[in-house]
Write a protein that binds this ligand. Structure first.
Ligand code: ADP
Length: 435
């Protein structure tokens, strides 16, 4: 059923009012018609009633139509307004439309057809305007919400930045603390070691067997503690980027053989054979001898520590692109593939329990990792639980101090003796190591 339209006609001229009324009545629409003569009555009627359309004479006695349109607009009254003008007053009509009227109509063209058309058009335009306004309002709300979310995000970002700064500061303080404490402890430790060595010299008098045993223990424990302090100091320097390599031209096979001789007694104490194979055409490299020795000592002492029976092998050989490879292989307890990544983290040990069997700080591999990186090299690891481990260090023959972007790479082979994985999930095609 067609809805009943409620229409207000604002017209001070009696004849014009009748003409509009007749045209509307003849239009045959269901409607309720109210008529007022001036702007004040119109405003009052519009405040108190809902109208589907207002026909407004452009020339009212007390108040012109523009004033009424402004008043309606500022009072928030939304209604389609059709301004009725005489021919030649189109300029006024345009002003009214700019002020908020919906349409205008020339009185002389008034008929039941034209009024029906203008009425429907005005209502449709008005509905569209309302919908547009609603959509704009929603858009504005979404924009405001978005701005709020942006502000929230900015705040969170600032918080994260602040937390990052705090973490950096804490890490810096930790490194400083480690560096200071280990540096300060080294002086008394050196005194303990020095004096116990002096006590062991025969010219300071004969010690009883019990005294000899005690001084030897002081000396050995002192040496262990000094080693530990040196590790912590090195690690904190590496972390702070303060450790500098001192490269020189050196004979790699000599460094390897000397280091193996230093550590051989440890292997012998566990009845492990320690074999060295040098397969280098050119044994000369440009690197830091102290740091190369440190890498070897760490790898070899791990190999000895984690091997109960069998062999330890050390091999050096050429690699493509003027690189050299140092390999340390053992028949020890091995490392599960899921631990490959973790063991290079500082203070990380596979067995983290208090009652763990193997001593150590968990810094050895972290130090090796950093050193190999600043040497521009790569570390490869292969291992199988209960079978053994292979650590392979690939280094440029001539290190470049600016090149510090080395990688740890875990090999990935299937159905092999060793369980092998790639650190960055990239499958690497390196042949299994045979020593
Ligand atoms: P630490 O030897 O002081 O514990 P590292 O950083 O040298 O510290 O080694 C970290 C961990 O990696 C060791 O605790 C051990 O669990 C594992 N690991 C290292 N080398 C070997 C190896 N050759 N065989 C078995 N496990 C090893």
């Amino acid at each position: 059923m067609e809805e009943t339209l409620k229409i207000l006609v604002v017209e001070d001229d009696e004849i014009d009012r009748v003409i509009v009324r007749l045209a509307l009545t003849e239009a045959g629409m269901r409607m309720e018609l109210d008529e007022v003569k001036d702007g004040n009555h119109a405003f009052f009627a519009l405040i108190n009633n809902h109208y589907d359309c207002v026909f407004l004479d452009y020339h009212l006695q007390n108040q012109d139509c523009l004033t009424l349109i402004h008043k309606l607009h500022s009072s928030g009254i939304k209604v389609p307004v059709v301004v009725l003008i005489d021919a030649g007053n189109e300029e006024i009509a345009r002003e009214c439309i700019q002020a908020g009227a919906t349409e205008y109509f020339i009185k002389s063209t008034l008929s039941s057809e034209t009024i029906t058309h203008i009425l429907r058009t005005a209502i449709r335009i008005h509905h569209t305007e309302i919908q547009l306004e609603l959509a704009n309002q929603k858009l504005k709300e979404s924009r405001e919400q978005l701005t709020l979310q942006h502000q929230e995000l900015d705040k969170k970002q600032q918080q994260i930045q602040l937390q990052n700064l705090k973490i950096l500061e804490t890490s810096r303080l930790k490194s400083m603390f480690l560096a200071t404490i280990s540096h300060e402890l080294r002086t008394p430790m050196n005194a303990i070691i020095g004096f116990s060595q002096i006590l062991l010299r025969p010219k300071f008098g004969q010690l009883t067997n019990q005294q000899l045993d005690m001084v030897e223990r002081i000396l050995n424990n002192g040496k262990n503690l000094l080693m530990l302090l040196n590790e912590i100091l090195d690690f904190s320097h590496l972390e702070a980027g303060k450790l500098e390599l001192k490269p020189e031209i050196l004979d790699l096979s000599k460094v390897v053989n000397n280091t193996v001789s230093e550590i051989r007694s440890l292997a012998e104490a566990k009845n492990l054979s320690l074999l060295v194979k040098t397969d280098l055409e050119n044994t000369l490299v440009f690197n830091d001898a102290v740091r190369l020795r440190q890498i070897l000592i760490n790898l070899l002492s791990n190999a000895i520590k984690f091997t109960e029976s069998g062999n330890i092998w050390v091999e050096i050989k050429e690699a493509p692109k003027n690189r050299v490879i140092i390999i340390v292989k053992d028949t020890g307890i091995g490392i599960a593939s899921q631990d490959f990544q973790n063991i290079f983290a500082a203070f990380h040990q596979v067995d983290q329990g208090i009652s763990r069997k193997y001593s150590g700080t968990g810094l050895g591999l972290a130090i090796i990792d950093s050193l190999v990186r600043i040497m521009g090299g790569k570390i490869y690891i292969e291992s199988k639980l209960g079978v053994g481990s292979i650590f392979k260090i690939e280094l440029p023959r001539k290190i470049n101090l600016a090149d510090n972007l080395g990688d740890i790479v875990f090999h990935s082979h299937q159905n092999q003796f060793y369980s092998l994985y790639s650190h960055n999930k990239a499958s690497l095609n390196y042949p299994n190591l045979k020593l």
